[in-house]
Design a binder for this molecule. Structure first.
Ligand SMILES: *[C@@H]1O[C@H](CO)[C@@H](O)[C@H](O)[C@H]1NC(C)=O
Length: 473
């Protein structure tokens, strides 16, 4: 009896709030004064937002409890922001939204959330630009890390790098929710428990730095959600299988060294290098004839290793796993305290279009696709080869269309014969406007024209893929 009483007292002390004063936000508040040092416990009540929209450095020294919505953005165009949780005893609990978005900056930000503990059952976005070396995103408390909601590690523009960590190296974290990785690199350096999802999105790499000592429980599912997603698995094989979904269309499952052989038994993919074999659960529906060992192209910040990848040229046999929450882009910060608190951005996945062309005469194939806001639309063009055995890989093209006014972007891509050409169209959501990018290639043999037309903020963009090809001379 005495023992039981004692344990109750102990647990009360553990959950008690720190002794610092409280800064309670109980009505919609926009703070535009510049840098902040928050030395009180920050509490944002349910149904209200607190938006800090100016400044370069924002530090939290005590507890951070968000039941409503916290936005930290910068309406001024400056170099990257620093937004840190620094208190050794800081407990972070989020049941609402935490949106750190440095999308206006000219260089990448640093968001380092240390403190004592981190618990998320809501949604968290860490967003910055990725084309200046990469953003630093870290949520690494000394103690508990539990995610049952969604955490997005999101980079705008193209990826030049990025350093994202959840949990301290070699310590245990629990993921029962979803972690979204977008145009970014995630360094998996903790032991991961629970039954959650890792959505490895566009131009993103999940780097499992040591699956033997930093293992993931079998409940964790790594979902390669685009054709430009990859996972790099570093030594040595763990004693338990690794679960991966979304493998197909030549996205990469790879190691840090050459793969000697592989085998598929209808559910598991066994990959061998030297005397080590990794067991990967990929599920049924794959055709072993379409699997091959190839270059592991992990992208900027991770590198390319020859023969370290295993690729599947067929389509992904399964849809988005139900275990994975949607991965919406960061929501826009409110600009007026009278604005109702923002509602979640709609997220819808777009279809994949596959065009198989023939290699006779000159033909034009036009495919018209209507997209929904958010997500990506993938167009895969199967490029013919003049001989049966010829097989070359073609480049991947990414088009990010804008979401204001009427814009038509045309991208011309040059193909080599054989293989597939993948065109990924990033369909804008309301919050990712004004980020147009188009890539231009020179044509030699086959011409693929992708036209994305957007006619306003309320209508959906239309994608027209025109494939024109001329028989080689
Ligand atoms: C970028 O700047 C605009 C205009 O000042 C502002 O409305 C918007 O909220 C800013 N976005 C971010 C992510 O800071």
């Amino acid at each position: 009896m005495k023992v039981a009483f004692k344990s109750v007292v102990v647990s009360l002390i553990l959950v008690s709030w720190s002794q610092a004063a409280d800064l309670v936000i109980s009505k919609n508040t926009i703070l535009s004064t510049g840098d902040t040092l928050i030395k009180e416990n920050l509490i944002v009540n349910e149904d209200v937002f607190f938006s800090i929209d100016k400044g370069m450095t924002h530090n939290f020294y005590q507890d951070v409890r968000i039941n409503g919505k916290l936005f930290v953005t910068n309406k001024e165009v400056r170099t990257g922001m620093t937004i840190d949780v620094l208190g050794a005893n800081s407990a972070v609990v989020n049941t609402g939204w935490i949106v750190l978005d440095d999308g206006n900056a000219t260089s990448a930000p640093t968001f380092a959330w240390y403190g004592a503990s981190f618990e998320n059952s809501g949604e968290v976005w860490f967003a910055g630009i990725g084309n200046t070396g990469g953003s630093t995103f870290a949520i690494q408390p000394k103690g508990t890390f539990i995610n049952t909601g969604t955490i997005s590690l999101y980079q705008y523009n193209s990826r030049k790098g990025g350093t994202s960590h959840l949990g301290l190296d070699d310590r245990t974290i629990t993921n029962d929710g979803t972690v979204c990785i977008y145009q970014n690199i995630f360094f998996q350096a903790s032991i991961v428990k629970g039954s959650g999802c890792w959505d490895v999105g566009l131009d993103s790499n999940f780097w499992a730095t040591n699956v033997k000592t930093r293992y993931m429980s079998e409940g964790q599912l790594i979902y390669l959600s685009t054709t430009a997603s990859s996972i790099r698995i570093d030594t040595y094989p763990p004693n338990l299988p690794i679960h991966i979904a979304g493998w197909g269309n030549n996205n990469v499952i790879g190691l840090s060294t050459s793969i000697k052989s592989f085998r598929y038994d209808g559910t598991n993919l066994f990959i061998t290098h030297g005397s080590y074999t990794y067991q990967i659960v990929i599920g049924p529906g794959y055709d072993p004839a379409l699997m091959r060992i190839g270059q592991a192209t992990y992208g900027s910040g991770v590198g390319t290793i020859s023969n370290a990848g295993i690729l599947y040229s067929g389509p992904v046999p399964h849809g988005r796993p139900s275990q994975c929450n949607e991965c919406p882009p960061p929501p826009r910060a409110p600009t007026d305290t009278l604005e109702p608190t923002p509602t979640p951005t709609p997220t819808t996945s777009n279809s994949q279009t596959t065009i198989t062309s023939t290699w006779t005469g000159t033909t034009t194939t036009t495919v018209t696709d209507t997209d929904t806001a958010g997500g990506t639309d993938t167009v895969i063009v199967v490029v013919p080869s003049s001989t049966e055995t010829e097989s070359k890989s073609n480049p991947q093209t990414t088009i990010i269309s804008t979401w204001t006014g009427t814009v038509t972007e045309t991208v011309t891509v040059t193909e080599t014969v054989g293989g597939t050409e993948t065109v990924i169209i990033v369909v804008p959501s309301e919050t990712t406007r004004d980020r147009p990018t188009a890539t231009q290639y020179i044509t030699t043999a086959i011409t693929l024209t992708v036209t994305t037309t957007t006619t306003g903020t309320t209508t959906l963009p239309t994608t027209i893929v025109t494939l024109t090809k001329t028989k080689g001379t």
